[in-house]
Design a protein around this ligand. Structure first.
Ligand code: FES
Length: 116
């Protein structure tokens, strides 16, 4: 893991977000109420994009596909929306709750940095 300069300081106002490349990862950097967060841009369920996920008032990001919720600061599962039970055992296995990877983020020397 190493720190990568991803954006200029102040590039994201509250409510704004941007996907950045860090190595071979795509990381969603967002400003929620003045605080910066860096989370994986793919959901741990089916690896679908999180970029358009809504933020709840208590600071969770909602997967736009199945509405699972993950805490922005830790990535812990706050609510998991499992695959419908009728689709069988294999799909049930991929539906086990998994946290959303989150990454350290800091502002220094006029830039936003992410460690991944
Ligand atoms: S793809 Fe995100 S919860 Fe299913």
């Amino acid at each position: 893991m190493s720190w990568t300069k991803v954006l200029a300081e102040g590039a994201l106002s509250p409510g704004e977000r941007q996907v950045v490349n860090v190595g071979d990862r795509k990381i969603l950097v967002l400003n929620h109420e003045g605080k910066l967060y860096a989370v994986d841009n793919v959901c741990p369920h089916l690896k679908l994009k999180m970029k358009k996920g809504k933020i709840t008032p208590d600071g969770s990001i909602v997967c736009p596909w199945h509405r699972s919720q993950f805490e922005l600061c830790s990535g812990e599962v706050k609510q998991w929306t499992p695959w419908p039970p009728g689709v069988g055992k294999v799909m049930g296995m991929v539906s086990q709750p998994k946290p959303l990877p989150v990454f350290p983020i800091r502002v220094e020397e006029g830039s936003i940095w992410v460690e991944a």
